[in-house]
Design a protein around this ligand. Structure first.
Ligand SMILES: [Zn+2]
Length: 181
């Protein structure tokens, strides 16, 4: 089982002081917060491609790097990074071939049903699936929208630049969508 494997590995990791090269503190050395996608291909690639080490940035992730709701936990995390942890620059990084491209709530609900979720549970939701379970059509547009949500936030200091980028999940190449300076 994965959990058992993880726990066994972890015991050795700590015992052999595998952590020593990662020791740092909670203030981001590069004074930045990155908001990106949870995609598996980006776990190591993104930090490597951007020359980021442990301790360099605050990293916030969700499916698709989608931020539309200025009161959700992503925006809260970004505000914490800025106001409590000294970040003074924001990077929104979407990526090509994202799983959220073309994801529509209808199809998503069908997948849930196949997984055993019944219609009554869907009917009882406070928010209909089409209001919150969609992806996006174009990653550039989606990045722009996330940037805009952050930029327009009343609690974002005026001197904090918000950049928008798209990364290639294979090569790590970055394309600039919007420069915040
Ligand atoms: Zn993605």
């Amino acid at each position: 089982m994965l959990l058992d494997d993880i726990l066994a590995f972890n015991e050795k990791f700590v015992e052999e002081k595998g952590y020593e090269r990662y020791v740092t503190d909670k203030i981001p050395n590069k004074r930045a917060v990155i908001f990106t996608c949870m995609d598996t291909r980006l776990i190591e690639l993104l930090p490597q491609a951007l020359n980021l080490k442990n301790g360099d940035v605050k990293m916030v992730k969700n499916a698709g790097a989608i931020l539309k709701d200025p009161y959700d936990s992503v925006m809260k995390s970004i505000l914490v990074a800025i106001h409590a942890l000294q970040a003074d620059e924001v990077f929104v990084i979407g990526h090509h071939r994202c799983g959220m491209t073309g994801l529509e709530s209808d199809g998503f609900v069908e997948l849930m049903k196949e997984r055993g979720i019944d219609q009554t549970a869907i009917d009882r939701l406070d928010k209909a699936p089409e209001e919150w379970l969609n992806g996006f059509e174009d990653v550039n547009d989606s990045v722009k929208q996330s940037v805009q949500t952050i930029e327009n936030h009343p609690l974002l200091p005026a001197d904090v630049p918000v950049h928008g980028l798209v990364i290639d999940p294979k090569t790590g190449k970055l394309d600039l969508v919007q420069k915040g300076y």
